[in-house]
Design a protein around this ligand. Structure first.
Ligand code: PLP
Length: 392
C-alpha cells in the first residue's frame, strides 16, 4: 500500500513495470503470463510494436485539440466502428462507464422526446456497468452500491437471462424506454444467458418501442470470437457501448447508436474534453487494423474453444470446480468457495490471474497468446486447483 494513493484497490504484492506480448515483468525482472490484460484491455498484448509506433508518431504530430473543430481521425474511427457494428454514429469518451453514461443519457432523451416524464431503463441482476453514480446504480451488485446512497433513480431490475421477467415489466411499467444488458456478464462471473435470450430481448424491445442498449465494454473487440458478442446471435442493438480493448491500454470508449438514438444528442447536451482525441483515435484505428488483418476474432474463437476443452479435461474430477465456461477468450472457472488466494498461488508460479465474484477465476488473456503459453496456463491452473482441492 502507498500512503499517497487512495486505498481503492486490493493490489497484488508485486510492482509491474514492463510488458512484452502476453508477458508482464516486475521490478526485479521476474515475468508473469498475463491472463488479466488490465481487465480485458490489452487484447493485442503488451508493448505491441505497431501500436507503439502509431502512438509515438501521433504524439509527435497532434495529441489533443479538444472537440472544437473537425477531427479527421475521430471521423475515421467513427465510420470504422459503425461499419463493424451496424451502428450509424459514435460519441467518443474515455472509459466504459462514460460510454454507458452516454447510452443512459440517450435513453432518457429519447424517452422525453416521446413525452415519458420519468423514463426508466431495465437492467439485470448481476450486471456491472461502471463506477460512476449512475452506472453503479444501474449495476446489479449491492457491493458496488453500498455506502453511496442515494442511488440514481430510474432503473427497473430483472433477473439476467429471464425473458419472461422482461415481458412482465412490459405489462406493468409504462415508463420503460430501454433495456441495458451485457451479452455475457463479465464482472458478474462470466455468465452467459440461455440460448436465444438476446434475440428474444430484441423482440420484446421492438414490440414495446424500447431501445436495446448492449454494454459490450468487456465482451467487445474479438474477445468472444466475433467483433462484438451480439454478432453471435445476429442481434443488432440500438446502442452499443465499447471501451477497454479499443485502445489496447490507451483510454478510449465509445457509445455507438443507430436510428433515433443516434441523433437525439445535440450540441450542448453531451461532451468530453479528452473524448476522441487524435492520439486515442489513431491508436484505436491501429488496434482495429491489426485485429482485422490478423483475423483475431477467428483466433479468439478457435484458441478459446481449445483452451476451454483443455481446461475442462484437466479439471474434470476436481470436485471443487463447479463450472468451466465462457466464449472465445473470455473464460471463467467457478469454484465452490472464495478463491482470492489463488491469485497469490498463481503469481508464485509466474501467472497473473484475476478472480471475480469471489469464486470465479476469469481468464482474459491476449488474443495473440501462443500455444506454449496456453500449455503453461493449463498446467499452472491445474496445479493450483489441485492444491485448492487438497486444502479442503
Ligand atoms: N461495463 C462493463 C461490462 C465492464 O466490464 C466494465 C468494467 O469492467 C465497465 C462497464 C466499466 O468500464 P470502465 O472501468 O472503463 O469505466
Amino acid at each position: 500500500m502507498n500512503d499517497y494513493l487512495m486505498d481503492t484497490y486490493a493490489r497484488l504484492p508485486v510492482s509491474l513495470v514492463r510488458g512484452d506480448g502476453a508477458w508482464i515483468y516486475d521490478e526485479q525482472g521476474k515475468r508473469y503470463l498475463d491472463t488479466v490484460t488490465g481487465i480485458g484491455v490489452c487484447g493485442l498484448g503488451h508493448a505491441h510494436p505497431e501500436i507503439a509506433e502509431a502512438m509515438a508518431e501521433q504524439a509527435r504530430t497532434l495529441v489533443h485539440a479538444g472537440n472544437v473543430a473537425r477531427m479527421p481521425l475521430q471521423e475515421r474511427l467513427a465510420e470504422r466502428l459503425c461499419r463493424i457494428t451496424g451502428m450509424e454514429r459514435a460519441f467518443f469518451c474515455n472509459s466504459g462507464a462514460e460510454a454507458n453514461e452516454c447510452a443512459l443519457k440517450i435513453a432518457r432523451r429519447v424517452g422525453h422526446e416521446h413525452d415519458v416524464e420519468s423514463p426508466e431503463v431495465v437492467v439485470a441482476e448481476g450486471s456491472f456497468h461502471g463506477r460512476t453514480l449512475a452506472m453503479l446504480s444501474a449495476s446489479g451488485s449491492r457491493k458496488v452500491q453500498a455506502g453511496f446512497e442515494p442511488l440514481v433513480q430510474g432503473f427497473v431490475r430483472v433477473p439476467y437471462g429471464d425473458a419472461a421477467a422482461l415481458e412482465s415489466v412490459a405489462r406493468h411499467s409504462p415508463s420503460v424506454v430501454a433495456v441495458m444488458l451485457e451479452p455475457i456478464q463479465g464482472e458478474g462471473g462470466v455468465v452467459s444467458p440461455p440460448e436465444g435470450y438476446l434475440r428474444k430481448v430484441r423482440e420484446i424491445c421492438d414490440a414495446n418501442g424500447w431501445l436495446l442498449i448492449l454494454d459490450e465494454v468487456q465482451t467487445g473487440l474479438c474477445k468472444t470470437g466475433r467483433w462484438y458478442a451480439c454478432q453471435h446471435d445476429d442481434v443488432l442493438p440500438d446502442v452499443l457501448t465499447t471501451a477497454k480493448a479499443l485502445g489496447n491500454g490507451l483510454p478510449i470508449g465509445a457509445c455507438l447508436a443507430r436510428g433515433e438514438a443516434a441523433t437525439v444528442l445535440k450540441p450542448g447536451k453531451h461532451g468530453s474534453t479528452f473524448g476522441g482525441n487524435p492520439l486515442a483515435c489513431r491508436t484505436a484505428l491501429m488496434v482495429l487494423d491489426i485485429m482485422e488483418r490478423d483475423r483475431l476474432y477467428e483466433r479468439a474463437q478457435s484458441v478459446g474453444e481449445s483452451l476451454l476443452g483443455r481446461l475442462r479435461e484437466r479439471l474434470a474430477g476436481n470436485d471443487r470446480v463447479v463450472a468451466v465456461r465462457g466464449r472465445g477468450l473470455m473464460l471463467g472457472i467457478e469454484l465452490d468457495a472464495p478463491a482470492g488466494e489463488l491469485k497469490h498461488a498463481a503469481l508464485k508460479r509466474g501467472v497473473l490471474l484475476n478472480v471475480t465474484r469471489e469464486k470465479v477465476i476469469r481468464l482474459l488473456p491476449p488474443l495473440t497468446i501462443a500455444e506454449d503459453e496456453l500449455d503453461l496456463l493449463v498446467d499452472v491452473l491445474g496445479e493450483i486447483l489441485d492444491a485448492f482441492r487438497e486444502a479442503a
